[in-house]
Design a protein around this ligand. Structure first.
Ligand SMILES: [Zn+2]
Length: 446
């Protein structure tokens, strides 16, 4: 299974599993059977695979051409009318999007039998639940294709294969991850990347969020350079932004529709599983339905810059990296140079410190997903750590700290060594000095 990874912003990062290499062969699981049997299984599987690959090619082609007759011709007569309607609707919605590529591929993974309740009542000579990946690249925005898990059930009648469903396995833990065009007609806006030749940020949402889409498009022209000014030019300087109209769409785009998305989030950034040493793919900033109702221009700019910072820094960010560093760095970049003071950025932290004194520990990862005051305190504290480093030392030191510590879970020994190298201090000294600064800032004003 391919899973998306959510970068911070209050959401937990699910463990992801990259597809196995093309060299893996499911027939290998029959290694204890006789040679003759293995050969027969392989021939059967080769034949089945070729037939389904042909089906997948025709599916992608018919969808992109919005070829209704072609799509109906691919669907098993036993499929639900709803499945047919969904495929026709997504084909029509897809016509608004300009793709460099759009294709399906079989992912080599352990075979999962089609559950008997799904097989019951289907008269086919073969029934298969292959692990599929949709690879698609949005023109001008994706340097390499993004990958979405697809979990169809396919049937064989004679020499041909057909689609029976793409949601029947939901209850068995295999989900087809949706994209915005699976939730109705889409609006697409493009914003040229700074100094680029045809490279663009792409915003995709629906007509009921047109005003929000317009506002994001307008702000991208300044938000991208603002992030580059902090991070440097070592990132794509463009993004794909999705705007969800409903909580269901937000959960679908962020978590594949399994209900695990924190609905209180304004936005989240997702990415395909990271392959070390390669550029991240499938990075999408997803705005939730609350955004359009609750944003001011200033708060929208803050969230957009925060999420763009995650995108920019993704190649230097590993699974399990401390959230105080990831979120603090993103918020520091988001607020940077915009004239906010401590009391505006960190009102919760200010109140807590005034009442209870300086913080003595860095915010722990769980607090960022806790919601409410605990999450606000965690985010504000994380920002204050980054701000402390930038003011006390330099922004170059903050970047160095990020690049040194964001590659994975915090190792106390590495943390101490990094602090010694950068600042000539220990973790204990670092936290104490940060706490003293926060106490001083919190004391300012009434
Ligand atoms: Zn974040």
């Amino acid at each position: 299974m391919i899973a998306v990874t959510v970068t911070g912003c209050g959401a937990t990062a699910p463990t992801s599993t990259a597809p196995n290499s093309a060299a893996s062969n499911s027939a290998a699981s029959n290694s204890t059977t006789a040679e003759q049997t293995t050969t027969e299984v392989s021939a059967f599987e080769r034949d089945r695979r070729a037939g389904v690959e042909d089906l997948l090619d025709r599916w992608a082609t018919a969808l992109r051409a919005a070829d209704h007759d072609g799509i109906r011709d691919l669907i098993d007569p036993a499929a639900s009318p709803q499945f047919v309607d969904e495929q026709l609707a997504r084909a029509d919605a897809l016509t608004a999007v300009d793709f460099d590529s759009f294709s399906y591929a079989i992912v080599d993974s352990p075979e999962i039998p089609v559950p008997p309740p799904i097989a019951a009542g289907v008269s086919a000579t073969d029934l298969w639940a292959p692990d599929i990946r949709l690879d698609y690249a949005i023109a001008g925005s994706d340097a390499a294709p993004a990958a979405l898990p697809v979990a169809p059930v396919v049937t064989r009648h004679g020499d041909r294969w057909y689609l029976l469903s793409d949601s029947a396995l939901d209850d068995y833990g295999r989900r087809t991850h949706p994209a915005p065009w699976d939730f109705g007609p889409v609006v697409v806006e493009r914003v040229p990347a700074p100094g680029s030749d045809g490279e663009v940020s792409t915003i995709i949402g629906h007509a009921d969020r047109q005003a929000e889409i317009d506002a994001l498009a307008a702000q991208l022209t300044t938000a991208v350079p603002a992030v580059t000014d902090m991070w440097g030019t070592d990132w794509a300087q463009r993004a794909v932004v999705f705007v969800a109209s409903t909580p269901e769409e937000f959960d679908g785009l962020v978590s594949g529709g399994d209900g695990s998305t924190d609905a209180s989030l304004a936005a989240a950034t997702i990415t395909d599983p990271i392959t070390p040493g390669t550029a991240p793919t499938g990075q999408r900033i997803v705005f939730g339905p609350r955004a359009a109702d609750e944003f001011t221009d200033r708060s929208r700019a803050t969230v957009l810059r925060h999420e763009l910072t995650h995108v920019a820094a993704r190649s230097a960010t590993g699974e399990g990296a401390p959230l105080w560093l990831l979120e603090g760095f993103a918020d520091y970049t988001a607020y940077r140079g915009r004239g906010f003071d401590f009391a505006e950025i960190a009102p919760t932290l200010r109140g807590v410190v005034r009442e209870h004194g300086a913080p003595t520990v860095l915010p722990n990862d769980a607090a960022f997903g806790a919601g409410g005051t605990a999450a606000a305190l965690a985010y504000e504290s994380a920002w204050s750590v980054a701000d402390y480093v930038a003011q006390r030392y330099s922004e170059a030191s903050l970047l160095d700290l990020y690049r040194s510590l964001a590659r994975g879970p915090l190792d106390p020994a590495v943390f101490d060594a990094t602090l010694e190298r950068l600042f000539g201090t220990t973790a204990r000294g670092f936290v104490a000095d940060w706490g003293a600064r926060v106490a001083a800032e919190a004391a300012i004003g009434n």
